[in-house]
Design a binder for this molecule. Structure first.
Ligand SMILES: O=C(O)[C@H](O)[C@@H](O)[C@@H](O)[C@H](O)CO
Ligand SMILES: [Mg+2]
Length: 382
């Protein structure tokens, strides 16, 4: 079997789907994308084609290493997202050729169902209580929200109180009948992180995500020393070579690699098992589409330390497109009591509605995240 064609489809809301075709008619799908840089990743996928066209798709490990090493420069959000989507599609092909879900090829299920969580509150966290109540009816009991709006490197007690009040209201309304993570989203700089963590400690959030920016990872162990709140990070780290330093330095309780940013299934499996050796739990980042989610679930179902899975149904980014819009087998993604079962179909388990994808790709938006500014006019972390 040989790879004969790669086709990318940028589609609403802000995703990109990749179709890899073979000379024997077997097709694999992947989701290479960086939110807000889809065109750049699309070019990176095209630049990987010389390593792939004419090659045997079953040799995923060799193709992965070639894409990673042969271009001299390596790593980073763009290249690792391109490799990620290609890797997902190659695993999809392999599973389809062998007639098995990919997790069966990776040693089989380590659990019967996977715990999912849902975003609430939007860019500027609001209306959270109502949104939690609505999602509770859908069976969710675990949620995530932004911990703050934009925050200066050094900001006021009033801003800290605003962040704490929001969390106090949640605990007041729901007690411990629900759990919630707070995503600092890189908006909190080191000078403010300690204060916020200290003030939030009493409400025991399930975790605080990106307590500081990934480029400040040396603060993770220091912050972990002063709080019992589990610290989570990983969506802006792109290979095991980045994660190894963070694991060795300590401080993280939850690692959140993104299956569409960190080299795909092949790389994230290695990150997951490295994390397990450090007693760090796995909660793959996934505010993206169905193929990315299926790739996450593939890793979740073979990783003992997988504890939580993000999914994008109803997420505030999904304007103009929803998680299952491009999926034929929607029922396979059903979330019951906050859990998702293993996808039963061969490959990644997603039957892509190609016609819908092609149609939607005709007016793909160039999604960008908003550019926020502080009161003094300087750019704010979004
Ligand atoms: O935790 C999450 O889902 C992420 O922080 C998410 O909000 C961002 O990755 C966003 O997709 C970037 O455009
Ligand atoms: Mg996040």
């Amino acid at each position: 079997m040989k790879i004969i064609k790669l086709t990318t489809y940028r589609v609403p809301p802000r995703w990109m789907l990749l179709k890899i075709e073979t000379d024997e008619g077997v097709v694999g799908w992947g989701e290479p994308v960086i939110e807000g840089r889809a065109r750049t990743v699309e070019t990176a996928v095209q630049e990987m084609e010389p390593y792939l066209i004419g090659q045997d798709p079953s040799r995923i490990n060799d193709l992965w290493q070639t894409m990673y090493r042969a271009g001299f420069y390596r790593g980073g959000a763009i290249l690792m997202s391109a490799i990620a989507g290609i890797d997902q599609a190659l695993w999809d092909i392999k599973g389809k050729v062998l007639g098995k879900p990919v997790y069966e090829l990776l040693g089989g299920l380590v659990r019967d169902r996977m715990k999912m969580y849902s975003w609430v509150g939007g860019d500027r966290p609001s209306d959270i209580i109502e949104q939690i109540r609505t999602l509770q009816k859908g069976g969710f009991n675990t949620f995530k929200m932004n911990g703050t709006e934009e925050l200066g490197m050094l900001d006021t007690s009033a801003k800290v109180d605003e962040a704490v009040r929001r969390v106090a209201e949640i605990r007041e309304a729901f007690g411990t009948t629900i759990e919630f993570g707070l995503d600092f989203h890189g908006r909190v700089a080191a000078p403010m992180a300690k204060t916020l963590l200290r003030e939030l400690e009493q409400f025991r959030p399930l975790f605080v995500e990106e307590p500081v920016l990934a480029e400040q990872a040396e603060y993770y162990p220091r912050l972990a020393e002063m709080t019992s709140i589990p610290l989570a990070a990983g969506e802006r780290m792109y290979s095991r070579f980045e994660f190894k330093n963070v694991f060795a330095a300590g401080g993280l309780s939850i690692v959140q690699p993104d299956l569409s940013h960190a080299g795909g299934i092949t790389e994230c499996l290695k990150i997951a098992s490295m994390a397990e050796a450090y007693d760090i739990t796995l909660a793959p980042h996934c505010p993206l589409g169905p193929v990315a989610l299926a790739a996450c679930l593939t890793v979740d179902f073979v990783s003992y330390n997988a504890v939580l899975q993000e999914q994008s149904m109803g997420i505030h980014y999904n304007k103009g497109g929803e998680l299952l819009d491009y999926v034929v087998n929607k029922e396979d993604f059903k979330i019951v009591d906050g859990y998702c079962n293993p996808l039963p179909k061969p490959g990644l388990g997603v039957v892509v509605d190609e016609e819908r994808v092609i149609e939607a790709s005709k007016n793909a938006p160039d999604w960008r995240n908003p550019v926020w500014r502080h009161e003094d006019g300087s750019v704010a972390e979004w």
